[in-house]
Design a binder for this molecule. Sequence first.
Ligand code: SAJ
Length: 452
Amino acid sequence: MAEVCVLGLGYVGLPTASLLASAGFQVLGVDIDPEVVAALNEGRTKLRESGLATVVSAAFQSRNLVAATAPEPSHTFILCVPTPLDSRKGADLGAVRAAAQAIAPHLRPGNLVVLESTSPVGTTRGLVADILREGGLEPGRDFNLCYCPERVLPGNTFAELVNNDRVIGGFTPRCAEAARAIYQRFCQGKITLTDDLTAELTKLMENTYRDVNVALANSFARIAEDSGIDVWRAIELANLHPRVGILRPGPGVGGHCIPVDPWFLIEQFPQHGALLRAAREVNDGQGLRILDRLLAAGAVPPGSKLAILGAAYKADIDDPRESPAFLIAARARDAGIRVAIHDPHVAPGRHHGFQVSADLADTLAGAAAAVLVTEHRDYRCLSSKLFLENMQGRVIADCRNALNHTSLRLAGFRVVTTGVGEAETEVDAPRREMPLRSNRPEGEAIAGPSLS
Ligand code: SAJ
């Protein structure tokens, strides 16, 4: 009998299972995908992050970790399954439901069940508890039930799993204590106990905070673009204030967490969702802004080629999920533009309906314009010669302010940068007159409370 059964062998479940195995537990890792299970049992993993593959293969080699397609009786069950959005931007809890149903027949008195998947407030004591009760056992009395959100940053998963502080929310305080006994075997961060509802909201708040703050940076970028100001310099200066820490503008927010999680709160609490929804809309519209600027400048006429640099949703990772690159690509294709996408980390092949290539020269070949979406380390040192020799046009858009603009301009390129007004993109261009007047029609009052 396994001591711990981890359901879902994705980017959180597999490292967690491996760390538990390294800590000496007998772990059964469960995934519904037989190919994933077979590959893992043969010692193959798709994980390419530094440190992770080593921990995973060591866990399998030690035989403390074994993968299977169905759970078995165990002392502890940890659910690390995905919670994506459904077509109405609500939480799709199908995988959580299926995982709870799969463990229900194996549940015994004294067991511990932990949900890690990001979930709407109330999922642990609602959906999960209801399914587990069907076997006649009561959470808090007969078995322990907790919510313990993962907090790892993709790209730094292993270090964050070990070092980050964790919040454990118990259905009862005793449930939380039972989970602490397991997590403290591999987590070196501080473990704080609370109730399941608070822990669920905490996780959603963390990612919503990030989304709203990126949206704030993107809103500032738009203001700067309209004012002929360089937002990157302005942010640098604003961040000299001891209580200000503005994030970086960009092409919007990708990945499977931050563009998704705020919707869980918006769906559950629409009466308080205005700010959250506005942030989502700003971030979702951000990628298309750079394309609109290229279209407005006539840089990519129908029939021409646009080269997109970066398919991963953020720098130096291989994950293309929800990447703004594909939003830009789809809109460009709709406008009759031929699109080529390059990424040095994402597996070459089709993603989101587009071919991603690992050949940069080929991606740039004959392009009228190029747009940098992801600030991979490999791109930051690209020479202007590469663009010059391969591209047909002379326009480069930089969503991350990551390229060497001086060298590109000296080579004859026009550089369009997120957060930088057009006048600022020309060499030696005089600073455009600041629009001191607002865009409000003459005489219209500013809406807001009256001071009188
Ligand atoms: N981004 C910007 N500007 C910034 C920071 C980020 O445009 O200044 C963009 C990135 O390019 C990316 C997106 O935001 O497209 C999200 O990237 P991220 O690095 O902020 O976060 P994720 O999605 O990789 O991981 C987040 C983390 N949450 C927080 O930092 C609050 C991580 O700790 C969570 O565990 C993870 O979501 C998750 O699984 O929920």
